[in-house]
Design a protein around this ligand. Sequence first.
Ligand code: AMP
Ligand code: GLY
Length: 425
Amino acid sequence: MRVLVIGSGGREHAIVWALKKSPHVTKIFCATGNPGIAQLADCVAIKAEDIYGLAQFAQTNKIDLTIVGSESPLVKGIVDLFEERGLKIFGPSKAAAQLEGSKMFLKHFLKRHNIPTAIYQTFNQSEFQQAKDYVVANPSPVVIKTDGLAAGKGVAICQSKEEAVKTLKEYFEAKVFGDAGSNIVIEEFMTGEEASVFAMCDGEDYVVLPSAQDHKQILDGDKGKNTGGMGAYAPAPIVTQEILSRVEKEIIQPTLLGMKAEGYPYKGCLYVGLMITSNGPKVVEYNVRLGDPEAQVVLPLIESDVYELFSLCASGDVKNYLLKLKNASAVVVVMASKGYPDEYETGKEITGLDSTEENSVVFHAGTKREGNKILTSGGRVLGITAIGEGLSATIEKAYRAVKKISFENAYYRTDIGYKGLQRLH
Ligand code: AMP
Ligand code: GLY
């Protein structure tokens, strides 16, 4: 089988790496890929947003299955386009991708189907005054979110009413998010610990992958600015069997039923971002694709054939898939460029890439090749994943692997996985 993977980050490297183990897969292409992916697949210079170019490529190159890594081509309708042309693709349709593409759509959908989430109210561009009245009348903190995708930056947690009003002014008057900021959701701040669960769906049935916990903030102890994710581990002990069965019954199943009933069956990976509150699990957000860096720990824990999993989801037959997991933990530590998540340095030579630990993998994210050197080219540069027995030993192994790799001013968090360890003790 010939597979096309769309994307160029650590998540896509992990997808390609997992597909490579399948005896069904004879050839992998990746658009656009990166130097790490290039060791396993043919990289093609077609951008993820160029959905017509990608469809043309899939037709010309007789691709049997396309797997979409990131949300933007999904929100643009790549799945609808491929399916119109009879091409098999893993991911949700444009309408179903609104679960991530529009916070308003998501919140109204959750409410219609009684799925637990933060209490909220939506406001449009002409309702600045109503939005101000709402934050003044409701207890702080509140969370203000732009409706559309805003490169992960459209969420403000406002500790006081003053801060909330100031944020509203930025959205409505200064228009810091342009059009994406003119429609907003204001919601209750939920307390608890976050975790994610990934359901691989075929429109009706689903398979749940190991739970994971991301580390979104830049500094140890979950301090500082939000990033795309500085590290993750799986499985996450906070998602006990009991929590997981509640997530399935109260969240995943009604979501799949609701999406189907409303005419847009959900196919692809449903990333359930959860807050585990004292009243049980609640939805913080949905993403319509695998998480990054979470994919770098979740996929390595799958023992069964990952190609079959993606393929059966795409063809509506996932109930025939027998998921077999490794009885192990996985930890990924992200090595980032100095300055990330703000302006960061690039062009630093990376050394030590070949000298990794046993049972560890280096996933490339922001790297580029220049001659025979690999240089940094992005904020998140590498994801170093270790797989092992027990979370504690696996964390140590991941950091041993990290220490063998270097580039000038490399930055990483030193506490990935520690929240999980606290739960185990
Ligand atoms: P989102 O893009 O909706 O996932 O929000 C980004 C991050 O903001 C989440 O991962 C949470 O850490 C935080 N967050 C979003 N909504 C809430 C909420 N209602 N209560 C508490 N934290 C939230
Ligand atoms: N790690 C968070 C995300 O993929 O959105």
